[in-house]
Design a binder for this molecule. Structure first.
Ligand SMILES: Cc1cc2nc3c(=O)[nH]c(=O)nc-3n(C[C@H](O)[C@H](O)[C@H](O)COP(=O)(O)O)c2cc1C
Length: 254
């Protein structure tokens, strides 16, 4: 996959290495609200059809590796917390909600994160497995969008990951009935109860806690370009084909 930028030195936006150029124009507050007047410019490395593999997951892994640990010769910037992703779910009747979660693994099947299965997102994914993810990497002016079907990861995978978490987070998973209403003082009491329960012992993975894997049937790679003329490629495969399905790729208008 090529990531060369081909800068034009005379142009202040394209002259630099991939990044997002923040417009210093002030945000203006008005009596009725806030108007955002900045016109930021996006400039990623170009993404061309000749750069694309036949499967989007290796491309995602390559972009993620570059974001986490760019090689000096690539000229790419390090991205802060590139694993943070917006996760959209919807109720069985289609009402959407979104929140940020952390990607913990990209395997050959899809994108894995961990959560409380009884949380709002957990219950929504169980009632309606369709989900969308969006990553925005400001430092490299890249975005990746995913649409897919959620499945629970195996119990063994959840337990193995849970065992790697700091003890405080493990106790927190027992103490928090995530997304339910809670009294102001209740959380420290629940944490203290979990601490007492597991004193001197390993903290096991609660049954209500574990991973979801989003198995994609659409993955889009977006590379910001000046004047909003971005490079976009969408990989798609029939949903029913599952992880073995063949991907088709199309370039999308910015
Ligand atoms: C950077 C960041 C990372 C987060 N990572 C997770 C995560 O991996 N799993 C999780 O359950 N919640 C995570 N959260 C909290 C969620 O955004 C959300 O508040 C919580 O899961 C409850 O969402 P829900 O009520 O829609 O289920 C994270 C929040 C932020 C800002």
């Amino acid at each position: 996959m090529a990531t060369t930028a081909g800068p034009t030195p005379s142009d202040p936006v394209t002259a630099q290495r991939p990044t997002t150029v923040m417009d210093p124009t002030a945000t203006v507050s008005t009596a009725s609200g806030v108007k955002l007047t900045a016109h930021n410019q996006y400039k990623a490395s170009r993404l061309l059809s000749t750069d694309l593999p036949t499967d989007p997951l290796p491309l995602f892994r390559s972009w993620l590796a570059q974001a986490l640990n760019p090689s000096p010769e690539s000229g790419l910037p390090k991205v802060r917390e590139p694993e943070a992703m917006a996760l959209s779910t919807a109720t069985a009747s289609g009402i959407p909600s979104a929140r940020v979660v952390l990607l913990k693994e990209v395997d050959s099947q899809g994108f894995v994160f961990f959560t409380n299965y009884n949380s709002r997102k957990g219950l929504e994914l169980i009632a309606n497995p369709y989900a969308a993810l969006a990553f925005y990497w400001r430092e490299s002016s890249r975005q990746i969008r995913v649409v897919g079907r959620a499945e629970k990861v195996s119990r063994a995978e959840s337990e193995a990951y849970f065992a790697t978490r700091p003890r405080g987070s493990q106790l927190g998973a027992w103490a928090s009935t995530q997304s339910s209403d809670i009294d102001e003082d209740a959380l420290p009491e629940h944490v203290a109860a979990a601490e007492a329960r597991f004193e001197g012992k390993d903290v096991p993975c609660p049954d209500h806690w574990g991973g979801f894997r989003i198995v994609p049937f659409e993955v889009e790679f977006w590379a910001g370009q000046p004047s909003r003329l971005h490079d976009r490629f969408r990989f798609s495969r029939p949903e029913a084909a599952g992880p073995g399905g063949e991907w088709a790729v199309s370039r999308l208008s910015p």
